[in-house]
Design a protein around this ligand. Structure first.
Ligand code: SIN
Ligand code: FE
Length: 289
């Protein structure tokens, strides 16, 4: 497999410039990796790098688009400090994306920013929720009709530990392998799930197929072991960006990551034909939304 990583030598969040080759790589599902771009912590923020800032029973802390903080334990001062740190990362992530991908800017929809202080390797999860297995992102309760999931990640580990990912084969290969095994879409089941509030809106055939890919990949242990993949170690003080609905990824180890999600209509990409929606529509010969 060709490398799925494109390394960029940027050291300033505000200095990114649009570049056709990088944009094409990102839209082809590759990971843009910025080894010199660090999220700087203020001295007083070091104390926030502990799992103790997580409320009991939550996986992540998140700052909603409206500025509301969820999932953090601690008194008002701690809550304010966490919100300020996450919000500074949000601003820098937005500056980076606006510089790299200026055509996206007017079309982006801000999703929550998350701070993940939990250690990956000791987390126990069901196979479906286990992000240590290669997958493309797809969320059972939140149909998105082909809207893209663009994510900016930074490893803020204070002990110099990397965040280790596996990155798998390109989306088209994943789709070609798992579409033939996908269960067919059943319209009345989608309506029932909506009525029972299992889904927040009607699950489209696109959303159904994306979940089938997600579950097909995660449930196939042979695929997990033997499919084309590369292990990538993102050092502390680095940033990486990908479309996580397209890039096959798994997280193997690490602790203390911040992540910004941005949504984008597939039609607003530089090349809409490279989107999962376009690829799945081509492969099935159907309109999926
Ligand atoms: C994921 O989106 O699968 C998780 C990535 C990470 O936690 O590094
Ligand atoms: Fe994921």
């Amino acid at each position: 497999m060709d490398t799925q990583l494109v390394e960029l030598d940027l050291a300033d969040w505000t200095a990114a410039k649009a570049n056709g080759a990088w944009i094409a790589a990102l839209e082809a599902g590759k990971v843009l990796y910025f080894p010199r771009l660090a999220f700087e912590l203020l001295p007083e923020e070091r104390g926030l790098l502990t799992p103790a800032v997580l409320s009991p029973d939550v996986r992540n802390i998140s700052l909603n688009a409206d500025g509301k903080l969820k999932g953090a334990a601690g008194d008002d001062a701690v809550q304010r400090a966490v919100a300020a740190m996450v919000s500074r990362f949000r601003e820098q992530a937005q500056q980076l994306i606006n510089g790299l991908l200026p055509h996206y800017t007017p079309a982006l929809r801000l999703a929550p920013t998350s701070y993940r202080p939990a250690q990956v390797e000791t987390r126990v999860q069901s196979w479906r929720a286990d992000d240590k297995r290669l997958h493309v992102d797809s969320f059972p309760s939140r149909p998105n009709y082909g809207e893209r999931i663009l994510r900016v990640f930074t490893n803020a580990n204070p002990d110099g530990l990397p965040r280790v990912w596996r990155v798998g084969e390109p989306f088209e290969a994943v789709a070609a392998r798992f579409l033939p095994r996908a269960k067919p879409y059943v319209g009345w089941q989608a309506k029932l799930m909506r009525a029972l509030r299992v889904t927040k809106s009607l699950r489209s055939e696109y959303d159904h197929l994306m979940l089938q890919l997600h579950d097909g990949m995660k449930s196939d242990l042979e695929y997990q072991k033997t499919s084309p993949q590369q292990t990538v170690s993102f050092p502390a003080g680095s940033v990486w960006v990908c479309f996580s609905d397209q890039t096959s990824h798994a997280v193997m180890s690490g602790q203390y990551m911040l992540e910004q999600t941005l949504h984008l209509a597939a039609a607003k990409q530089y090349n809409p034909n490279s989107s999962p929606l376009a690829i799945l529509s081509r492969l099935t010969g159907r309109n999926l939304v």
